[in-house]
Design a protein around this ligand. Sequence first.
Ligand code: MLT
Length: 252
Amino acid sequence: MAVVDQGSGAPLLLAHGFPLDHSMWAGQIEGLASDCRVIAPDLRGFGQSQVTPGTVGMDLMADDLAALLDALGIDGPVVFCGLSMGGYVAWQFFKRHRRRVAGLVLCDTRAIPDTPEAAQGRRDTAARVLVDGPQPVVEGMVPKLFAATTAEAVIAAARGVMSGTDPRGIAAASLGMAERIDATSLLASIDCPTLAIVGQQDAISTVEEMALIVAQISGARLVEIANAGHISPLEQPQAVNEAIREFVAAMG
Ligand code: MLT
């Protein structure tokens, strides 16, 4: 598993979105390493990490991250920060590795599962990407991911990462997301400090949907990020860093 491990202090584990890699957290690695030990892996099938053909579930990705913490010698609890697919992994990490979680940061993510139609769409995507490669999938996704004001250079860099992702990794995670759990039943049991972050122009996990998640987690707080869409940490790193820094500091 490829990982960037930078800084010192409270461990902050960053789980990226789909079909991206650790580089979507560049602003957090740079901006938060003076406050935290920032750990930014490439999830299975993405970036430079190992690819497993077939279906890669969110549970397996969560177990990969627990094994990564073992490999890094981190036994104590971490702040787990996941964006979108990384948030789906966060639900599983909380469920399967509760003792390792000091706090949760849920960025631009959803708790509800796919509708049958959406799950079928993922299976179609998985089949198509293995034949045609990532480009058609990426071109279909990019217009939905970013706020209108997000810099072209930021979008171009993300598009480059997505287009360079191994098609087998994209297919396996698509099939895994199609099978993900309904995490709404988990929300009331979340008993650690929780911060939710959402881009005000997020068209995929909207402000309204994230407010519903927050309403069901005791003590959770929602921070809206102006001029950001679905990838708020990449689009507005300073505002997101400020929210995370304040959250981690309040945890002591
Ligand atoms: C992501 O950004 O990780 C994706 O939007 C997740 C998804 O396709 O549900």
